[in-house]
Each structure stands twice: as structure tokens, then as C-alpha cells.
Design a binder for this molecule. Structure first.
Ligand code: MRU
Length: 367
């Protein structure tokens, strides 16, 4: 997507020797800076410390992490240690395991001399396919926004949570792809952006990328969505997901469940957008089986921002000494979800709905 009129992806090979560049998302929205990944440790750190985040981008970065690993050591031990370093980085987004398992299964049967070239080719393919899938999600979701506009609204108001835009993928985004497509098609669309405490992926990242693309939007505190829905000011909700169970249960950024409850109570359609690799076919009970990441309580008790003098700094916002719990994700049961917007079309959030779109995967038990 565009930043100051220039097209960017979130990750790309750089320098000609196999290094990889990413956008450091911890610095946004205050600074747009890239970081060069030179080793598997760099890639693992970028995922764990959330320089890159969002399920599809975590998968793409892990794939390039395997490239950097085999570039340094293409032996069986090198392959294993790269896999082990990367799989530990974040627990919830299943795209991580999907990408790593796919790379390992591709590379393990090859001779060490063949591995690096095959790894880079596959990582590039994963990125290109992610762009294609997200664009297709946009095309399918566009139909929903167009239908809401065709009902006679002046503007279609979409509420989203966290950042499931292009910064969370390689390009386009999942939840925001339909918004970009609608905006580009001339449909007046406005986005209510949940700030998404504690890390503020909404106010920092979603608002930034919507602004760069010229999409009208308004940042709201996380607890405002229910009020807006009660007053008819939200036409549909679209969020992303880090892991979707084969049953259609969806795990996404903490607070997504509360938005789905409010949408259900107010008759507001609640859609979740996802590419196929975000479905975990091994899990049928989202609530009981998806690991929920718990992060440092300091993310709750402290906040980072820019002062009036321009300095970016961290300040404490909590009573000194009070403990904080930091659950990063929650699970929204399929019954609260109007539909799943995938690259293959829109499915009912159910085992049957997903099986209908992915007949070759249903019942496979493999991610
Ligand atoms: O903790 P994050 O920022 O990685 O969480 C990201 C989300 O919750 C996104 O909604 C999800 O990964 C979908 S990304 C297209």
C-alpha cells in the first residue's frame, strides 16, 4: 500500500545477498524506519519483540527467518535450530507454525547445497501468495460494503479492532482489504478504529495506514463500540484473526469477543477476514484449545507516546506497585460471527462452512 505516495510491502529481500528488510512497527506512527534482518536470531527477535506482528506477516517473517538460518548453516542441525528458534517466538498466530512446517517439509529432503535457493524461492512465494489472498479477501468483502451502501446509506461505517491492515500482512491486509477496495471504488466508507490497548495497534497502526491511503476514520477508545452500535452508527464490524478453529471459532486480539457480543446484541453484522493459512484444522474447540499469549504487564501499566517537544518516550500510567495481567488474545465463538471472509469467498462460521470452501483440508487434522 501507499506511504507518502510510495508503494511498500511490509517485508522484502534487500541488499542482493539474502538479507531481508522489514518496517519496524514499534516505531510507528511516529517514525517510518526499516530494519535489516541478517540472521535467524534477528528474525526471531523481530517477531518476539513485535517489530513485525499480525498473523500473516509473522508467518512470512518466519519463512524468511528459515532462509537466513539455512544461508548460515544448511545442515540438518542448522535447519532444526532455525525452526526451534522461530517456533518459540509467539504462541497464538497459527501462520507461524504453518510457514515453518511448510519450510521444513520442503527443505528437509533436499541436500544442504540445494536448501538456501529453495528456501528463498518458497519465502518469496509465501509473500506473493499472501498478497494475492488478501487482495481476493478484499474483493469478496467489497461486496458486503457495496451492499450496505446500496441500501441507501450516505456513508458505510465499519468498525475494526487491532490492526488487520496491510501492516499485519505482506500487503492489502485482511479486515482492511475490503475497506481499501471500497474506498478505491468510490464508495464512501468510514472506519471506527478501536485504539486496542495495551499496545495501541488501532490508534498507532490502523489509523496511520488508513490516513496514508486517505480513508476517513475516527479513533475510539476500546469501550466505545457498544455505544456506537446502540445508536446505529456502525453498519458492520470486520476484524482479523490469529487462529481460526476448524469449527469457525476465532481467536483475535483481546477485546474482539466483547465487540462481537455488542454486535450480536444490536443486530450489527460481525465479519472476520482471514486467509486459508490462518485456519488451524487440528483444532475444533477454539476456546479450549488455542494458546492465548500472555505478555509483560508493563505493556498495561506503561504507555509510549510522543511529547509536545517531539521526543518519543514511555510513561507510567498505573498506581505504582499494582500488578497487571496482559492477555493478548481472546476467542469469539462461531455463533457470534456473521461470516468468515476468505480468499475463496465468504463462509458461514461453522465446520460445514469452512469445509465447503476448503474441501481438500477439512478433516485433514493438519495446519
Ligand atoms: O499482537 P498482534 O499485533 O500480532 O495481533 C494482531 C491481531 O490481532 C490481528 O487482528 C491478527 O493478527 C490478524 S492480522 C491480518
Amino acid at each position: 500500500m501507499l506511504v507518502d505516495g510510495r508503494h511498500y510491502r511490509t517485508i522484502w529481500p534487500a541488499g542482493g545477498g539474502g538479507d531481508v528488510d522489514i518496517i519496524d512497527q514499534t516505531l510507528l506512527p511516529h517514525e517510518l524506519a526499516t530494519v535489516r534482518l541478517k540472521s535467524v536470531a534477528d528474525a526471531a527477535r523481530a517477531i518476539a519483540d513485535m517489530l513485525v506482528r499480525g498473523a500473516p506477516l509473522i508467518g512470512a517473517t518466519a519463512a524468511y527467518g528459515m532462509c537466513l538460518g539455512v544461508r548460515a548453516d544448511a545442515s540438518d542441525d542448522g535447519l532444526r535450530s532455525a525452526y526451534d528458534a522461530l517456533i518459540r517466538t509467539r504462541p497464538t498466530a497459527v501462520n507461524l507454525r504453518w510457514a515453518l512446517d511448510g519450510m521444513r517439509d520442503l527443505l528437509a529432503p533436499l541436500s544442504p547445497g540445494e536448501r538456501a535457493e529453495a528456501a528463498y524461492a518458497r519465502a518469496a512465494e509465501i509473500c506473493d501468495q499472501d498478497v494475492e489472498m488478501c487482495s481476493a479477501i478484499g474483493d469478496h468483502g467489497l461486496g458486503l460494503i457495496r451492499a450496505a451502501w446500496d441500501e441507501g446509506r450516505e456513508t458505510v461505517n465499519v468498525l475494526t479492532h487491532c490492526n488487520a491492515g496491510w501492516l499485519a500482512t505482506v500487503d492489502w491486509g485482511t479486515a482492511l482489504a475490503p475497506v481499501y477496495k471500497a474506498h478505491d471504488a468510490g464508495i464512501p466508507v468510514h472506519v471506527w478504529v478501536d485504539e486496542t490497548r495495551p499496545r495501541n495497534q488501532g490508534s498507532g497502526l490502523t489509523a496511520w495506514e488508513l490516513g496514508q491511503h486517505g480513508v476517513p476514520h475516527t479513533i475510539i477508545v476500546d469501550s466505545a463500540g457498544g455505544h456506537l452500535m446502540q445508536h446505529g452508527r456502525v453498519d458492520l464490524c470486520i476484524t482479523g484473526t490469529d487462529r481460526t478453529a476448524a469449527s469457525g471459532d476465532v481467536c483475535n486480539k483481546i477485546g474482539t469477543y466483547l465487540k462481537a457480543l455488542a454486535a450480536h446484541d444490536n443486530g450489527v453484522p460481525f465479519y472476520v477476514a482471514l486467509p486459508g493459512p490462518t485456519i488451524d484444522w487440528t483444532i475444533s474447540d477454539g476456546l479450549g484449545e488455542i494458546p492465548i499469549e500472555e505478555r509483560d504487564g508493563a505493556e498495561v501499566t506503561e504507555i509510549r507516546g510522543r511529547t509536545a517537544s517531539g521526543e518519543v518516550t514511555v510513561v507510567s500510567i498505573a498506581a505504582p506497585g499494582s500488578p497487571a495481567a496482559n492477555y493478548a488474545f481472546d476467542v469469539t465463538p462461531a455463533r457470534l460471527i456473521t461470516g468468515l471472509i476468505t480468499e475463496r469467498g465468504i463462509a458461514e462460521a461453522s465446520a460445514e462452512g469452512l469445509a465447503g470452501l476448503y474441501p481438500e483440508r477439512a478433516g485433514s487434522g493438519n495446519a
